[in-house]
Design a binder for this molecule. Sequence first.
Ligand SMILES: Cc1cc2nc3c(=O)[nH]c(=O)nc-3n(C[C@H](O)[C@H](O)[C@H](O)COP(=O)(O)OP(=O)(O)OC[C@H]3O[C@@H](n4cnc5c(N)ncnc54)[C@H](O)[C@@H]3O)c2cc1C
Ligand code: FES
Length: 338
Amino acid sequence: MFTVLNQVSGKSFQSSGEESVLDGALSNGYNFPYGCQNGFCGQCKAVILNGEISYDGVTPEAISSEEEDANIALLCQCKAKSDLYIAVDELDSLANIQIRSMPCRVEEVNHLNHDVIQLTLKIPGSQSLQYLAGQYLDIEHPDFEPRAFSIANAPVNSNLIELHVRLVEGGQFTNFVFNTLTEKTILRIEGPKGSFFLREDSDCPIIFIAGGTGFGPIKAIIEHLILIQSSRPIHLYWGVRTEQDIYLNLPSDWSKNHSNINFIPVLSEPDSSWSGESGYVHETVVKDFENLTDYEVYACGPPVMVKAAAKSCLENNLMKENFFSDSFEYATVSTADE
Ligand SMILES: Cc1cc2nc3c(=O)[nH]c(=O)nc-3n(C[C@H](O)[C@H](O)[C@H](O)COP(=O)(O)OP(=O)(O)OC[C@H]3O[C@@H](n4cnc5c(N)ncnc54)[C@H](O)[C@@H]3O)c2cc1C
Ligand code: FES
């Protein structure tokens, strides 16, 4: 057993060295920041001030060689090889949120368009899921590896969970959702997970950048902002390929009914009748906001979009600590033994 001591909080926990440092922290009730838990998004990066860690296999791509030289590690992938002294800013807002595994019943399978299903899950009995708008959960099914999906509704009636599931070509679980899953099926969920949630101690204007079903968790956060009657200026940019991919009219309704909400759809492959914004969504954002010093940006969707949005926004003076993201990372299928 090794002791992992966090310099920032002064708190410590024991790690067997068999599990990742992040898993050890989470199972001991510490609110370390993280996202994908796959080694891709980089949200679990922390400085190892002293001690040795190792990765199974090669160093994950999310760590650059400069970061490795500066003793920055990906806590979701590294294991303790000695006592560790690390520096991690814990997230206070997650203090009362517990990750739980529970059964749920498929209440509704609603096709929103050709490749997005709105799945409503009901947690039976008197149980409910306590979560922060923006977080995700893992769906567990005996025939598949767990799959991550963001919760798309604000935590009001929290025994009903809404998910927006995009069909992945050749994807095992999403094809099952589209072709086989029926109402009343019992699934298991584990959650809530992740550090993508509204920082409520700020009153900065917010720019939301959604790519495809990255709109789901952003929808949950905006619903929450509306519920708490926030007057923070909100600019929602939703990037999709074509007009048909804007799978809900809600954002237009929000901007009609709330003077602080501005909705800008951005199409990457518009047809000739489209007169709105076109191109990549992050490019429209940085065209509209040349100086992002006083803003917070929340970006969610495909990894390539989130990365591009981070780079462009930081170039336009966004402060690094004001960029929050959830990257829909996925494991690539190995072709080694094909
Ligand atoms: C934190 C988090 C939150 C997420 N939230 C959502 C959400 O709210 N809605 C949503 O639709 N998706 C979301 N995703 C992505 C979702 O988890 C994957 O699309 C899903 O796991 C694919 O499962 P599958 O079994 O169908 O595909 P697999 O069988 O695992 O993959 C089949 C092939 O497709 C590739 N692939 C897998 N997923 C994707 C993808 N998303 N895009 C492109 N190629 C892919 C794989 O690399 C593989 O080559 C989220 C991911 C993360 C990490
Ligand atoms: S890389 Fe560790 S949580 Fe995403």
